[in-house]
Design a protein around this ligand. Structure first.
Ligand SMILES: *Cc1c(COP(=O)(O)O)cnc(C)c1O
Length: 406
């Protein structure tokens, strides 16, 4: 189906230098991420909130806000609108606590948003082979969308990536390699092999379109909340694509006059075992030094250095938010509470946002009367869970004593 598109150009997020749309681009000449720019006046004249709200479905309903020019290049696996689930028993006061449950997306994580867009654009631009470093979910999403687009995909992950991620990636058609290092080391391998192997580098923010896919989280959230954004958004921050993308969405919506001038405070949540953004935020720096010896149960946010560091820090500061680290113990405790008290199974990274919420409503940086949105970025089912070893012998009478002691 033909649709109107409003992309005017791309822009270096650091220098503002412009780049032609509809061409293959990686990073800018400055080595910084490129951002897609739209003619928002024309978009606003063509589309209003009511028309948009009358459309069903997930991220592809925001086509006018997206860069794909031709409908036949859209690669979709049935992306749905992800629900906002309330956690009333865990909220600290009258302010609502909501979780956007991204685990319902294809491949079970919000990486589907970014990769749906990036792969669709790769198809549109005629790219045949792509490679990426990943902590797991991005590789799985790349594999799925690339196979569907008939694009070859190569995936490199740390050898302690959750086993299910490595296997789903392989099963969905990528060539996946376990690497004895961290995601940055995997990224270096992609760079080394790029020229000889003819890969296009799909590393986080090294191509311009994953941000546009992740931007749809912000568009969806605004629409779901009746164009009234929450007071605070807590985002589990690795490469920061989602935080940067949502902040871009809010800026576009504000320019259109679809949301009020007061935007949410953006909170970048990291683990105490890998908190480069928190350290840079607290030191007042524009860029983050790489984190040495990164280690956390929340694999998705184990990112020692991010090419979009300054964009994360900029969004956090412009919004009046902050960056905060939570310990692995508090992450697992938050996962336990959400599951056992509210029946909501979170992934460790999602649980990190709950841990940060609980810590900060206690500590005062979030008030109990403020509304907060957390992100459960992947289905909790993808991650190792505590054992459950209770057994019964059915060859003998039911052991009532054992049951009652449980
Ligand atoms: C990728 C990922 C993150 C981090 O997302 P970014 O937008 O890259 O910061 C967090 N949690 C999970 C489960 C992920 O897969």
């Amino acid at each position: 189906m033909p649709h109107k598109t409003f992309v005017t150009h791309l822009e270096c997020s650091y220098s503002g230098e412009t780049y032609e749309a509809d061409r293959i681009h990686g990073l800018s000449r400055e080595g910084k991420p490129l951002l897609v720019r739209y003619d928002l006046d024309a978009l606003g004249a063509e589309l209003d909130r009511e028309t948009l709200s009358a459309r069903s479905g997930g991220l592809w309903k925001y086509l006018e806000f997206l860069p794909v020019r031709r409908g036949e290049n859209i690669i979709s696996l049935g992306e749905e609108l992800t629900p906002l689930v309330a956690l009333p028993d865990l909220q600290a006061g009258p302010g609502r606590l909501l979780v956007k449950d991204e685990g319902r997306l294809p491949t079970g994580s919000f990486k589907a948003r970014g990769l749906a867009l990036a792969v669709s654009m790769a198809k549109e631009l005629g790219i045949r082979s792509v490679a990426m470093p990943t902590n797991g979910n991005a590789g799985a999403a790349l594999a799925a969308y690339a196979s569907r687009a008939r694009i070859e995909s190569w995936v490199f992950c740390p050898d302690d990536t959750p086993e299910i991620n490595v296997r789903e990636t392989a099963l969905q058609g990528a060539k996946v390699w376990r690497v004895n290092g961290l995601i940055n080391d995997c990224g270096r391998l992609v760079e080394e092999g790029r020229e000889t192997m003819g890969w296009f580098d799909f590393s986080t923010l090294k191509e311009p379109y994953r941000i546009e896919g992740k931007k749809t989280m912000g568009l969806e959230l605004a629409e779901q909340l009746g164009w009234e954004l929450p007071d605070v958004i807590l985002y589990p921050t690795g490469g920061g694509t989602g935080l940067i993308g949502m902040w871009k969405a809010f800026a576009e919506l504000r320019e259109l006059g679809w949301v009020s001038a007061k935007l949410p405070r953006m909170v970048a949540v990291q683990s105490t075992g890998c908190a480069p953004m928190v350290r840079a935020f607290e030191a007042g720096l524009e860029h983050a030094e790489p984190w040495e010896g990164a280690a956390t149960v929340a694999a998705g946010i184990r990112v020692p250095g991010a090419v979009g560091d300054f964009l994360i820090l900029r969004a956090v500061r412009e919004s009046g938010g902050f960056a905060v680290a939570v310990s692995d113990e508090s992450i697992l405790a938050a996962r336990d509470r959400a599951a056992s008290e509210s029946g909501f199974l979170m992934c460790p990274e999602g649980a990190a946002t709950l841990a940060a919420y609980l810590q900060e409503v206690g500590g005062g940086r979030i008030r109990p009367d403020e509304s907060a949105v957390l992100f459960n970025c992947a289905t909790g089912l993808k991650y190792p869970m505590p054992g459950a070893e209770a057994r019964l012998d059915c060859k003998v009478p039911l052991d009532i004593d054992a049951l009652q002691q449980a």
